[in-house]
Design a protein around this ligand. Structure first.
Ligand SMILES: [Zn+2]
Length: 222
């Protein structure tokens, strides 16, 4: 375990924003892959909860895990991962376009993919194909099932698209998007609370995209 210490002098002389930035940068730095001796029987298990982009073929939600292996259902690319989250390329088919030495690098690659789509996408166009999900909405009696919807995210809104209904929730009104241990996600928008369960069981693409869009929004209003 490594620690970062800020001296009293630094604390006194840095602005609160600079101190927060220093803490964020430290948290974001990848310390795990450089420390040795972690061990785990199945270090890959569950990694598809955060790895939603195949770096070899670009497919969404095609990564699966087994033991210490990650593989793509679509293109059969495969990787091995150790308990320190170090990754090595395994399959003999197509090579991935990017060199991904760590899980962190893979997640960063996903963030770059979102940034690229956001940069070139019109305001009202869905950044990714819609995600099929089961939706609930909370009222005074509890959670009411709305059934299946397609959920789409644009740079300005969340769209809930049913066979006979369409709802548009402005991102400015959306807040508190949280994941409940991969079982379902919740968020508030347009004065309502929603619960969603994605069929692909991975809410991390939404979490990553909403964080990036929120940063753009901050930059635009700064
Ligand atoms: Zn693939």
């Amino acid at each position: 375990m490594r620690f970062k210490l800020l001296s009293l002098e630094e604390i006194l002389h840095k602005s609160p924003e600079d101190i927060e930035r220093a803490v964020r940068e430290w948290i974001a730095s990848d310390g795990l892959s450089s420390v040795s001796n972690f061990s785990c029987k199945a270090p890959a298990e569950g990694a598809e909860r955060v790895l939603w982009l195949c770096p070899a073929c670009g497919a969404l939600h095609s990564i699966r895990s087994h033991g210490d292996e990650l593989f793509c259902r679509d293109c059969s690319a495969a990787w091995r991962i150790d308990a320190n989250q170090r990754i090595c390329w395994k399959s003999t088919t197509q090579r991935p376009h990017a060199d991904l030495p760590t899980l962190r690098a893979w997640i960063d690659l996903q963030a770059e993919a979102i940034q690229l789509r956001s940069a070139y996408s019109p305001q009202e166009k869905a950044l990714f194909p819609p995600d099929r999900a089961t939706i609930w909405q909370r009222d005074e009696h509890g959670w009411q099932a709305l059934g299946k919807r397609d959920l789409a995210l644009t740079k300005t809104s969340i769209r809930l698209i049913g066979h006979d209904s369409r709802q548009k929730i402005a991102l400015k009104s959306a807040e508190g998007f949280v994941d409940h241990f991969n079982r379902y996600s919740e968020f508030s928008g347009a004065g309502q609370r929603y619960r969603i369960r994605f069929e692909h069981e991975c809410s991390f693409r939404w979490i990553q995209t909403l964080a990036i869009l929120a940063d753009y929004e901050k930059g635009a209003t700064a």
